[in-house]
Design a protein around this ligand. Structure first.
Ligand code: NAD
Length: 387
């Protein structure tokens, strides 16, 4: 069976499969066809792929493979009935692409829908592998824009106090951001709306920003639940008060399947220090900061630098591609049955979600299998609601 790895669209520097994954794919019986120069922006060259056992071909040949593996969803017009595509389709934000796949009879496996709490899914979890890098890079961007040093320095010319960093949202990206800022020598404060995050924040060296009346806003899958407007206001007021003294603020808050919540309203920026930097990790999905401009870095009238750099994992394309490729290779090879070859099975929890009664069952959500044979998977009723 052939796997095609296309060149990603403009603005995406990562590549879905790297040469290091070839051995495992070939051993499972796949032939891998990579589009000419698909990995160049991530520093993986055609010769590296060929050496590892892949074939290099033009786009048309790649797009004719039975399975396409990419990062971004490709144009469905390039695919035909019964082909399988595994990518990050972001189906809640791009339901039109899901509809295109349904109408064309394409099987869509959306890797961002992985039921990540299933222990078998952890090595396939692209959200975690990419968010971890984004959290790390967000802090480095903050440190490079802030007009001061980060660690405490005792020198003969005087003592420099450590910078104060606030991380908003302490999931995978936020925890890595806390750990990175801590390693740079900052004093780090962090927030979340899941009470259970407090212990994790402290375990990586942060100080949890407590909000009065906080309950545990965590759903069955471990993601944050949507909050009432009153409580959001309360969290924002408390956290932005702490952030008004900060040198770097990194925002990472998300609610699964919804636009990024605003954690830094414009009114809060008016109170931030001149020279403070806000790095909005969610600039591409609406932004956590009301003033963020996607893809831009600018300074407000009161001297706050707002960083809306796009695609943070893509700024570390070599590492991000390697981790994504590992996730996808583990996933795709897990679908190979010794006797029957590559199978899309209704028995597979990763594909269709944990069964009812299982602790990790999430009502209305299946797994990565979004649609097949012209129909949305019957378990994806939450997604069906937005199509
Ligand atoms: N294999 C696993 O079991 C596994 C894998 C990955 C993540 N997780 C867990 O899943 C949870 C979600 O992680 P994630 O990185 O996917 O989250 P995410 O990307 O969906 O959201 C980022 C964080 O923002 C928080 N948030 C939402 N609204 C907020 C607000 N208004 N203010 C402040 N914070 C807000 C969320 O609670 C979350 O911690 C975490 O507990 C994480 O440790 C578990």
């Amino acid at each position: 069976m052939k796997i095609g790895v296309p060149m990603e669209p403009k603005g995406e520097t990562r590549v879905a499969i790297v040469p290091g994954s070839m051995k495992k794919l070939v051993k499972s019986g796949f032939e891998v066809i990579v589009e000419h120069n698909a990995g160049v922006a991530a520093n993986y060259h055609d010769s590296d792929y060929e050496e590892a056992g892949a074939k290099i071909a033009d786009r048309k040949t790649v797009m004719e493979c039975e399975i396409i593996i990419s990062i971004r969803m490709v144009d469905v017009d390039e695919l035909s009935k019964d082909q399988v595509i595994a990518c990050v389709a972001d189906p809640f934000r791009h339901p039109e692409k899901v509809n295109d796949c349904i109408n064309s009879g394409i099987t869509l496996l959306s890797m961002d829908m992985i039921p990540r709490r299933l222990s078998r899914a952890q090595s396939m979890d692209v959200n975690s592998s990419q968010d971890n890098l984004a959290g790390y890079k967000a802090v480095l961007l903050g440190a490079s824009h802030v007009p001061r040093g980060i660690p405490m320095m005792t020198t003969s010319a005087g003592t420099v106090r450590p910078a104060k960093v606030v991380i908003m949202g302490s999931g995978v990206a936020g925890l890595q951001a806390i750990a990175t800022a801590k390693r740079l020598g900052a004093i780090v404060y962090a927030s979340d709306v899941r009470k259970s995050a407090a212990e994790q924040i402290e375990s990586v060296g942060g100080r949890f920003i407590e909000v009065d009346g906080m309950d545990d806003f965590e759903d069955e899958s471990g993601y944050a639940k949507p909050l009432t407007p009153e409580f959001i206001q309360k969290v924002n007021d408390t956290v932005c008060e702490v952030a008004s003294e900060a040198d770097i603020i990194v925002t990472t808050a998300r609610i699964f399947g919804r636009p990024a919540p605003i954690t830094v309203p414009k009114s809060a920026i008016d109170n931030f220090k001149s020279g403070a930097v806000v790095v909005d990790m969610n600039a591409d999905v609406g932004g956590n900061c009301e003033m963020t401009k996607q893809g831009e870095v600018f300074t407000t009238d009161n001297g706050v630098i707002i960083v809306g750099t796009s695609n943070l994992p893509g700024t570390l394309a070599n590492t991000a591609s390697m981790l994504y490729s590992n996730n996808l290779t583990t996933f795709i090879t897990s679908l190979v049955d010794k006797e029957n070859g590559f199978q899309i099975s209704e028995e597979d929890d990763i594909l269709v979600g944990a069964p009812e009664g299982n602790d990790f069952h999430v009502p209305g959500m299946g797994g990565v299998l979004i649609c097949k044979d012209g129909e949305i998977h019957p378990k994806q009723t939450r997604l069906g609601g937005v199509l």
